[in-house]
Design a protein around this ligand. Sequence first.
Ligand SMILES: *Cc1c(COP(=O)(O)O)cnc(C)c1O
Length: 457
Amino acid sequence: MKLPYIEPYKIKMVESIDQSTPEMRKKWIEEASFNLFKLKSNQVMIDLITDSGTGAMSDKQWAEIMLGDESYAGSSSFFKLEKTVKTLTGFKHFIPTHQGRAAENVLFSALVSKEDLIPGNSHFDTTKGHIEYRNATAVDCTVNEAFDLEDNYPFKGNINLQKLEKTLQKYPGKIPFVLLTVTCNSNGGQPVSIENMRDIRMLCDQYGVGFFIDGARFAENAYFIKIREKEFANHSIKQIVKEMFSLADGMTMSAKKDGIVNMGGFIAMNDSELYKNCSTFTIMYEGFVTYGGMSGRDMGALAQGLIEGTTFEYLESRIQQINYLGDRLVEFKVPVLKPFGGHAIYIDAVKFVPDIPKEEYRAQSLAIELYIVAGIRGVEIGTLLADRDPKTRENRFPKLEMVRLAIPRRTYTLSQMEYVAVALKNIYDTRKEAKRGYEIDWEAPIMRHFTVKLKKK
Ligand SMILES: *Cc1c(COP(=O)(O)O)cnc(C)c1O
């Protein structure tokens, strides 16, 4: 019999989970106006709201915390991180920032002007925010397969080259660069193939535009390439990472994801002029270029996290854990997005609770039920998040209504995944009783999902 996979680590320190009952949680979620963002963390038993900054650091990372050099300029922790990033990515220049959106802010300050267009696969919200804030437009060129929940296409994060070329042709001089997000977070954590990246590079060269990677989950993307793209089956993760970044001119990074730290980010690039420009913006927005908003200890922990996060054993165990949850849900007939993403399982709320009218926030209703029944906090990716049309102020109803269960790195065990799966099965078995959802009691004019107040219909 084939031995099952095991986590390539053991637990040295534990954090207790406050136990609660459905009655207690019913009261708490009502007090939180049915908004999961307003719950206190000790009211949650399994927190799957995000995989960002919620992972567990290793003993070696904690050792780096003690070794941190907090010098304002020239910190040795900076040089450790710089060397690690340059070795991993091959880029010539490196600047730390306090998180991913800060990296976007600095890079886009140098590169994006009014009326520019930034084509890519589905851009992350803050990325889009930083583009639109500069009166530029994010153009989504993701492959069509990405929008079919059942399609098992292995690289649903890929860019459709025809869509991209059309955009490049139509707007000469208006496109500073193409931005590729790996894995594609907004599309369910779906990977991009090296083949696609090579084609994007060719088009960018042909049209004389830059090519940048939003690398928040670059290691998970490299794992999928190794498993799914034949040419790379025998490459190490670090070789694949090098190959990916060798095709681009630079990158932004939210280190809270594949850096396995609680806070941090960076930019890396080859062009020396761009590096100089970004340095100026970094000093204005983030801090001096040898810390960029991070403490020395955090830079040390990130350097170590990047090394650990790009090992096959670690990535295999991470993806296996997500597959375990996904496979159990499929066994229980719970409708989920396929193939499973690199950092989360997405539940199809349209199929799960078809009797709740779409005007009553189906995915949110399901997320609330999951919290009350089992103390599990997921997040709605649906009508609440899609917000209103800025002109008509009508609700926008997206094609997909989902509940995302994002899995923090090295944080929960398989038995906790089993608990999540069984909780969902139990809700699924009684879903016919769910007929009514929620209505909005109060909402902010923009980004309403974080603060919205709901009441029962
Ligand atoms: C999280 C994320 C960001 C933003 O990073 P923060 O560290 O949250 O500021 C940008 N892009 C992608 C793909 C992300 O997942």
